[in-house]
Design a protein around this ligand. Sequence first.
Ligand code: SAH
Ligand code: SF4
Ligand code: F3S
Length: 479
Amino acid sequence: MKPILDLDFIDNRTPEQAAATPSCDTHITKDSNTGRARKLYIESYGCAMNFSDSEIVSSIMFEQGFDTTADIAQADLVFLNTCSIREKAEQTVRNRLGQINYHKKRKPGMVIGILGCMAERLKKSLLEEEKIVDLVVGPDAYRDLPNLISEVDGGQKAVNVLLSREETYADINPIRLNSNGVSAFISIMRGCDNMCSFCVVPFTRGRERSRDAHSIVREAKALVEQGYKEVTLLGQNVDSYKWASEDGTESVNFAQLLEMVALLSPDLRVRFSTSHPKDITDEVLYTMKKYDNICKYIHLPAQSGNSRVLELMNRTYDREWYINRVDAIRAILGEDCGISSDMIAGFCTETEEEHQDTLSLMDYVQYDYSYMFFYSERPGTLAARKLEDDIPLEVKKRRLDEIINKQRETSLARNKRDIGKVHKVLVEGPSKKSEEQLSGRNDQNKVVIFDKKHYKKGDYVNVLVTDCSVGTLFGEAVD
Ligand code: SAH
Ligand code: SF4
Ligand code: F3S
């Protein structure tokens, strides 16, 4: 799953400012204002899965008489939907709880709940460690929120961190929280069975299970009817999506699901994340090729370019296998297909030569972009139990810098290839810098900025790219 946030920041705001807004670009709710009795403020951290879950949680709470609010000071209930992927992700939440204390002191009845992966990992010890927390709820227990809230209303603290083998929230209609009205996430599966040795997700999200294909298609269809133009199908490992009807007469794999969603409307863009290199099939690549509205972009996290390190990471593929999958993507979908990666610098026992293999893999693949991290040991994972976290922090950071610099080079080179070509851009809204310009994405998920003219959010616009930076394409609309 692509991480949405991993920002380093320098917090130089006053305590009032800091308490009013999260310290980084975290997703918070919009006001729903339908006249319900109580107000919920929810902040989401981590990956798209959590953002999608917050929409399910808001829907459950709406039924319980809670409107959403973007103003924490107005909230009766504050939820932080948390991430445990790296130590820093957890620290960010703990810092945020310190700031939220400021509001709770002014509004003593305010209920504070921790949801998501940190809730699952730390369970009831969170209540002891963070005194202001009233409620701890794991990712498979959101249906129990109404009961848990009434326990808290009755003066108790409440915890439910039970994981499930079945829960997919298939029947819950998410309330789109931060949506631009153009693109939305649809969760197609939950959990992960892969056990990569560095990763906490199998422990926080439980066993992998796939959601009823028809409920996914229904959700996508409803979005089309509401005017949405893009859906992203979400799972930790979408290629292992596999759903079968209870009577066993029907079974749907990921390629078939992609096709079912793509057929809803040629005007609907279909994206997906995350693909696992061990599971991505040629059938998926051919399905992508067959439908113009399936975006030609694949997030295919490598983690490392060295086979020994990949084995220690328990990724179950080696460098050659990964390269073979990239070659298949290029052969079937062409050189223009976007590919991105996640990379971990300084995993246990990684040598300097092995780190060079990561850089050389980046040279080979020519990623459009990557999400890059240094290794952070997570308690309870296979690596924490079996391997020594022996690479000094400054070495990890230096290797990460080298990986980042390499990625900047390749991103720029890949973006330069786009100059002089016309790209179909789905407009998401005004650009950050100017109301006179629009921002959207091309098929390869790259941000494209161009002068507004008569175009608006939700339009598909053909844009001739004339310039680029490392992270953005610039161009002009051509009619
Ligand atoms: N399911 C996705 C990954 C989800 S976690 C996949 O298999 O690709 C997102 C990314 O966080 C991972 O790809 C990995 O690069 C990074 N990550 C996970 N655990 C980490 C750890 N302990 N230290 C540093 N980075 C980590
Ligand atoms: Fe974590 Fe690996 Fe599962 Fe991705 S595939 S969520 S990295 S265990
Ligand atoms: Fe996502 Fe973080 Fe959990 S990356 S699955 S929110 S640990």
